[in-house]
Design a protein around this ligand. Structure first.
Ligand code: GLC
Length: 742
């Protein structure tokens, strides 16, 4: 804040108006109430992506000419961006430009791995670069706003939208969400290659009961503030221009009508000063929630909750005037909300040049650039997580015969996953194409074996023959590209039965079996674990997925991905996360689960027949080489409140080939005013080393890193003893400690 602003504030005056505020106030003074409500309304074209029940039916072009369409989402025809913008600017009374938006969440034309995959790179800079590429392509298309980053953490792989987030941990998710905001928005929104970010879905959408999309979210305020709010807050602190309210109710009130969330927390507490858009039809859906009698009542609730723009239901434009005329909603409130939108449009430069985004020539020039595809290939490579490699069956031996088997070998959709932007299947490198490009002619065979969820006649027999004729069988198993993302909740995340049977039949040939897991979510694999000699999680790796996979299977590169969500043993463990609480009866001694049915009662928090631990834990990932972590030094073993704690460790590549690991630091607050997780991630760094080389990694734990929602509900640090661990997963064993004095 400038000195002048501070002086004015102390004198009780508001800070001097920015140019954007002056412009918005002048424009507001010339707008009719209906035009203001129009700016607060977002609609989709007939061709737009439908992600909810059809709202009210409308003629988009008529409404644009009437100045009643502030924003359009999901427009797919590139030429229509200029057509609709021309209509708004030339035919509506005030010529206010339209704000075009879409879900560009992991790329626009060049598709990067789904966000959960990219999060497994733990590579903040690469994620930022991918968002920058997406913004350059999206703005060339005509878009000025993306509904990303998704800041919803989740510990529940039954919920299909884990694919769109950055995993189960708020510290890592916050860093990656900030990187996306910075990549999309750059440092100048008026630059025609930067686009608005959108922090979604506010709030706690990733914690639906039973893992069922859109379902109720009910948690303590403390849990919300400790685990969920920090990710949204980090992205807002990074300057995100917009926020999207979520479908779910939170503490009994739907987010789109939840004044505590949208006003008290988001604006008054976090200082958010952009604008809030509802999710698709979410304002009107407050009728279904049972908190609004009808559309007018829903509009009232949303307006009173300070929701600036509503998506697709039309309740603002259809009922807003009557609400004001009846004295239910003051026009002053409409002015305040509409003003937030006009200010952002001004900051984008839309009033100065409504056609600054898009253009067929720019679109052709800016999309599918070789360097963008190279970045997508790098991130895809780094996103893949090697979870098992018995007998070093990977990388594949040069010249060996490989039977490629499975339903996703030639599936472009499986490469791109959900929200695949404006990608083109013909530009997507499938697994088959990537393998054929890298491996010698005659060394590969390709057999489907089964469909994703069903057998095919003779499929298993053909796969067994192919495996018998090869040195190694490589199976692409998992889930279809559109079976994660929205409305994709599942009651089981085990492999489909047909795939299990294919895997068992191929394993019975006695050949080494490599499984490539194509998926948008963690899967429960204990029941098939012994059938796999190697397991590489491929995710939905994007446009360059096939080439990236071949880079790893050939050994040209070593896998370096590390899990950002726990992989459960079985469905019954879900939700499952690494940062659990101790409880009063912590599990300190695993039972012999083969005998547990005879076991005396085990008064510890555990199951009768299953360990508590996941099959593969948060932070875990193998390489073709091995790393050691030594010489742990806590440089500040005793600090005062507010001081940093520095920790050093040496990482060494003790294997035979170059590789990259992710050094991770975890802490535990041993005694606090509330129960604290047994481990919390508070530092990470990718470390690339040649064989025999080593490097020192320095972590800095700040007071902010140690803050939590204390017993007094203040989010702050407390003095006390802390344990710390450093390694390459949440099960790191290299241990240290420090004390924070009063
Ligand atoms: C969808 C999604 C949201 C998306 C919006 C617009 O229903 O919940 O993530 O941004 O609608 O497509």
């Amino acid at each position: 804040m400038s000195i002048a602003a501070a002086v004015l504030m102390i004198a009780g005056c508001s800070s001097p108006k920015t140019d954007a505020e002056k412009f918005a106030d002048d424009l507001l003074g010339r707008m009719t109430l209906r035009e203001k409500l129009g700016q607060m309304s977002q609609f989709r074209p007939r061709s737009g992506v439908v992600t909810g029940p059809e709202g009210f039916s409308y003629d988009l072009e008529t409404m644009i000419k009437a100045g009643e369409v502030g924003s359009i989402l999901s427009l797919r025809e590139q030429e229509y961006f200029e057509i609709y913008q021309r209509l708004a600017v030339d035919s509506s009374r005030l010529g206010i430009p339209i704000l075009f938006a879409h879900d560009i969440i992991h790329g626009c034309k060049v598709i990067f791995p789904i966000n959960l995959g990219s999060s497994c790179t733990w590579d903040v800079e690469s994620v930022k670069q991918s968002a920058r590429v997406a913004a350059v392509e999206a703005s060339a298309m005509g878009l000025a706003w993306t509904f990303s980053p998704m800041c919803d953490i989740s510990a529940d792989p039954r919920w299909g939208r884990v694919s769109e987030g950055s995993g189960e941990d708020q510290y890592l998710a916050a860093k990656l969400s900030v990187a996306m905001v910075e990549g999309y928005q750059g440092d100048d929104l008026s630059d025609s290659t930067t686009i608005l970010a959108c922090v979604k879905h506010f709030a706690a959408y990733g914690a639906p009961e039973a893992g069922r999309d859109y379902n109720t979210v009910d948690m303590s305020e403390r849990m919300f503030r400790d685990r969920y709010l920090p990710v949204y807050q980090a992205a807002i602190d990074a300057g995100a221009a917009t926020v999207m309210s979520s479908f779910n109710d939170f503490d009994g009130i739907p987010a789109s009508g939840n004044k505590w969330l949208l006003k008290t927390v988001l604006r008054d507490e976090l200082g958010f000063d952009g604008f809030v858009v509802s999710d698709y039809d979410a304002v009107h859906e407050m009728v279904n929630h049972g908190v609004a009698a009808d559309g007018a009542d829903a509009a009232r609730l949303a307006l009173e909750a300070y929701l600036d723009m509503e998506m697709t239901s039309g309740d603002y434009i259809n009922h807003g005037e009557q609400l004001v005329q009846d004295g239910v909603i003051p026009e002053k409130l409409i002015d305040e909300l509409c003003r937030n939108i006009l200010i952002v449009k001004y900051e984008l430069g839309l009033f100065e040049d409504p056609f600054r985004y898009g253009g067929a020539e720019r679109f052709a020039r800016e999309t599918y650039k070789p360097e963008s595809i190279a970045l997508a290939r790098k991130i895809a490579r780094e996103s893949m997580v090697l979870l098992k490699n018995e007998g070093s069956v990977l990388p594949l031996k040069e010249g060996g015969k490989v039977a490629m088997i499975g339903p996703f070998i030639s599936d472009a959709r499986a490469m791109n996953g959900t929200w695949d932007g404006f990608s083109e299947a013909k530009r997507t490198v499938t697994i088959e194409q990537g393998m054929r490009a890298r491996f010698p002619e005659g060394t590969l065979t390709f057999t489907r074996g089964c469909d994703a969820y069903s057998h095919i006649d003779g499929g298993v027999e053909a796969a067994v023959r192919a495996a018998r004729a090869a040195d190694v069988a490589v199976l692409t198993l998992g889930l279809p590209g559109n079976h994660s993302g929205e409305t994709s909740s599942m009651t089981s995340v085990e492999l489909p039965q047909a795939q299990k049977e294919l895997l068992a039949a191929v394993k019975a040939t006695g050949k080494p079996v490599v499984v490539l897991l194509v998926t948008g979510r963690p899967m429960a694999l204990e029941s098939v674990d012994e059938l796999m000699d190697a397991l590489l999680v491929v995710w939905h790796p994007g446009t360059a997925g096939g080439d990236a996979l071949a880079d790893l299977l050939s050994g040209d590169y070593s896998p370096s991905g590390h899990l950002t969500m726990s992989f459960p043993r079985c469905d019954g463990q879900i939700p499952i996360r690494y940062n659990y609480k101790s409880t009063g009866r912590p599990l300190t001694k695993e039972m012999d689960y083969t005998q547990s049915h005879k076991a005396k009662k085990n008064y510890q928090t555990c199951y009768l027949f299953t360990p508590n631990s996941p099959l593969y834990p948060f932070g875990y990932g193998l390489s073709y080489t091995q790393f050691s972590f030594t010489d742990l030094q806590v440089l500040d073993p005793e600090v005062a409140m507010g001081e940093d704690v520095r920790v050093k460790v040496r990482v060494t590549n003790v294997g035979e080939v170059p590789g990259t690991t992710v050094a991770q630091l975890y802490i535990r607050d041993k005694v606090a005013s509330t129960t604290r997780p047994v481990r919390e991630l508070k530092g990470f760094e990718r470390v690339s080393l040649e064989p025999g080389a080593s490097a020192e990694v320095l972590f800095t734990i700040t007071a902010a890193d140690m803050a939590f929602c204390r017993e007094d509900m203040k989010f702050a640090q407390e003095p006390g003893e802390f344990g710390l661990w450093v390694g390459e997963s949440c099960e790191a064993e290299l241990e240290g400690k420090f004390i924070v004095k009063e």
